[in-house]
Design a protein around this ligand. Structure first.
Ligand SMILES: [Zn+2]
Length: 159
């Protein structure tokens, strides 16, 4: 059984794939990468040169539509550096998910361009975490989303 976080994450990736164009070739061909790619969630099936990570924070329906989380949990930093160093575009999408019946309702989608994340590397906060039910602790990063300069956060969809 997938956890609630996994279900919501999967849902968020589908929203981005449905509503967002590739930032390289402009085709609407982003599709989900099957499992096992650490913090890589979407790839453009048209040009192959655009990769994206998606984070889907849960949002209270009573909150204002411009609400944003302070922190994004479990983002990757090393994969970002590697992808950027080989010249792939690699953006971060943040999807606001309001619980609705047995699924979610889309509140908004933001994009943070990969270069803007690299330029603001101090927003990555190191932590050790247990992943996937094991006992080993893995190096993970959270993103202090509220500390990314507003000019680097592009709203691409608002419900
Ligand atoms: Zn493309």
């Amino acid at each position: 059984m997938p956890t609630e976080n996994q279900v919501r994450g999967e849902w968020g990736e589908k929203q981005v794939a449905k509503l967002v164009d590739c930032q390289v070739c402009r085709a609407r061909k982003l599709s989900q990468l099957a499992g096992s790619f650490p913090s890589l969630d979407l790839v453009c099936r048209n040009c192959g040169g655009y990769l994206a990570q998606v984070k889907t924070p849960k949002m209270d329906a009573a909150k204002a539509p411009d609400w944003r989380p302070r922190t994004l949990m479990g983002a990757g930093w090393n994969p970002l550096q590697v992808q950027m160093s080989i010249g792939s575009m690699r953006d971060l999408y943040v999807v606001g998910a309001i619980p609705h019946r047995s699924t979610y309702r889309l509140a908004w989608i933001d994009r943070v361009p990969g270069p803007a994340l690299l330029a603001n590397a101090d927003v990555f906060e190191y932590r050790l975490a247990v992943i996937g039910g094991g006992t080993r602790r893995h190096a993970m990063f959270n993103i202090a989303y509220h500390r990314i300069p507003p000019a680097c956060v592009i709203n691409v969809f608002t419900a």
